[in-house]
Design a protein. Structure first.
Length: 550
């Protein structure tokens, strides 16, 4: 849908609610209707307060005349729409439900109630409302499209496909249906079908440049990197996706009273993991106030969570040009740079985050990881120490600090960190393996302890049968003079890596094997190229991006 139509998305009730009488004069058909909450207006923007008060006054005026069921239903519905547009979920839900009970054949109220539930991440209730609409109005294009989208987002791919197939037969629905069918096929990994449907949708709506991204993914799935990159170059941040006419969504958009409402809505959606909805809300907030740096930053964060890192980078940089004090924007921009492999730029953003917020553990760790990847272990060590102090007992922090110390040649300190970690977590095989390897291979004779290394390595290998631990076990065998056994185990480990396709720096294994054959212990516990010295959190995983248009 267009950005404007996305304004129907909402968040939870703001402030405390007080129950008041539903209307001034009751009739027989209203006595069982629940009262509609009214909102305490403290803290709300003046424009929102004015809109809510005006809508409530209009409703009370209608209700006082003892209206017909249909007229009262319409009054409830109009009141609900105003509340909905301002993200006041609790009163909106009651008002929509009352409207629907009074006039069950009017499509508007269960349809908008469905959107209210969907906006609030109450997805099962949203689906139930939309399914009720489609049962009575089987050819309603907006409902078919919305159900198709929700089913797709929740993984109900066959149901989603069925909705899009029905939408395809409706006037004006073909392009949106083909776009949806292409995404369903992509989710099912039917890449050829996805390409066909998405290409057809683009023929019908050539300006729908947001479809270029799923089309690129479909081409990527087919192994056609050239066409995938071509489609990504055609992707535009200000593009749209084909939709259908939705007068109810348009009417709801017209009732939004303030950009802050849209910002709160997007933040609520983001916390619920609904980044697709968050993006739409933040985009509307930016449109309402193009100078709102917080809204721009939040839009960038949502885009990053959706994997659209080029546009995320642009938005986050724009936000920081307007307001350099937004901590989360610096952190998120650092993550975007990290994903692009721009380590120096990422380090600078993480450092700025820590300067603004010294308690930000994520920024400390991400910065330290990036320093490790750029061979700056000495700078990473104090950052890992700080992060560990803020998260005591964190196995991740203890391992990271120990490996930074090892990379920097501080083996005695690394041993102390690993021993302390293993005492607290005796079944932590990663820590046990690292300690055993350090004890078997350290260049510092005062750190080595072959017998202890052998004991740890044997126990850990028997528990895991991991090739990574197999390397360590061979090192410990060699350190204690069992070179024949070390050669055999190292050869078996090489075969295990080859069969498993696990990543490993093979030259290091082969160098150690030659040492064992010459009856020499290993003094290279980890090669400089070892992946353990290239840490990267899941949030900062590298992604391939298309080259920027010239």
């Amino acid at each position: 849908m267009s950005a404007r139509k996305s304004a129907r998305r909402g968040i939870a009730l703001v402030g405390t609610v007080l129950l008041v009488a539903s209307f001034a004069a009751c009739t027989d058909y209203t006595k069982d209707l629940p009262a509609v909450p009214t909102v305490q207006t403290n803290g709300l923007e003046p424009s929102v307060v004015k809109a809510v008060q005006r809508a409530r006054a209009q409703f009370d005026s209608v209700a006082a005349t003892r209206p017909s069921r249909e007229k009262l239903a319409s009054a409830y519905g109009e009141l609900a729409m105003t509340y909905h547009a301002q993200d006041l979920v609790a009163p909106a839900a009651v008002a929509y439900a009352n409207a629907h009970k009074l006039d069950p054949d009017d499509k508007r109220w269960p349809y908008l109630l469905g959107h209210l539930y969907n906006d609030s991440s109450r997805v099962p209730e949203a689906i139930a409302s939309f399914e009720e609409v489609i049962a009575k109005h089987p050819t309603d294009a907006p409902t078919l499209l919305t159900l198709g989208q929700i089913y797709l987002q929740t993984g109900a791919l066959d149901k989603s496909q069925a909705m899009y197939e029905r939408l395809k037969a409706q006037p004006g629905g073909q392009a949106a249906a083909l776009a949806g069918l292409g995404k369903v096929a992509l989710a099912k990994r039917n890449y050829a079908v996805a390409v066909t449907d998405l290409e057809e949708a683009l023929k019908l709506t050539p300006d729908a440049s947001r479809l270029r991204q799923p089309l690129a993914m479909a081409y990527q799935g087919q192994g056609d990197k050239v066409k995938a990159e071509e489609q990504l170059r055609l992707f535009r941040t200000d593009g749209f996706e084909p939709s259908v006419d939705d007068p109810l969504a348009d009417a709801l958009s017209d009732r939004v009273a303030a950009s802050r409402v849209l910002l709160r809505r997007g933040q609520r959606d983001g916390k619920a993991g609904r980044f697709d909805l968050a993006e739409k809300a933040f985009r509307l907030a930016v449109a309402a106030d193009p100078n709102d740096a917080e809204a721009i930053a939040n839009l960038g964060i949502s885009l990053a969570n959706l994997g659209r890192i080029d546009e995320a980078e642009q938005r986050l940089e724009e936000a920081l040009r307007k307001d350099d004090s937004i901590v989360v924007a610096h952190l998120s921009l650092g993550v975007v740079y990290d994903r692009k492999g721009r380590d120096a730029d990422a380090i600078a953003q993480y450092a700025k985050t820590v300067k603004l917020d010294p308690t930000n553990v994520a920024a400390l760790v991400y910065q330290a990881d990036a320093l490790m990847r750029t061979n700056q272990a000495s700078r990473a060590i104090p950052l890992y120490r700080d992060a560990l102090a803020k998260t005591p007992g964190s196995g991740r922090m203890e391992m990271s600090l120990a490996m930074a110390l090892i990379r920097n040649g501080q083996h005695a300190e690394a041993r102390a960190v690993l021993q302390s970690a293993l005492e607290a977590q005796q079944d932590n095989y990663a820590v046990a393996n690292a300690l055993a390897r350090l004890l078997a291979t350290s260049s510092d004779a005062s750190v080595r302890d072959g017998a202890r290394a052998l004991e740890l390595a044997r126990k850990t290998f028997e528990a895991t049968r991991s090739p990574e631990v197999g390397q360590t076990y061979a090192m410990a065998l060699a350190e204690t003079g069992s070179f024949t056994e070390a050669v055999k185990l190292q050869q078996e480990t090489l075969i295990a890596y080859e069969r498993s396709k696990l990543p490993v720096f093979r030259p290091a294994l082969e160098r150690n094997l030659e040492h064992y054959k010459r009856r020499e212990p290993a003094r290279e516990g980890w090669a400089p190229e070892d992946r353990i010295f290239q840490p990267r959190s899941p949030a900062a995983q590298r992604v391939e991006t298309a080259p920027r248009p010239s």
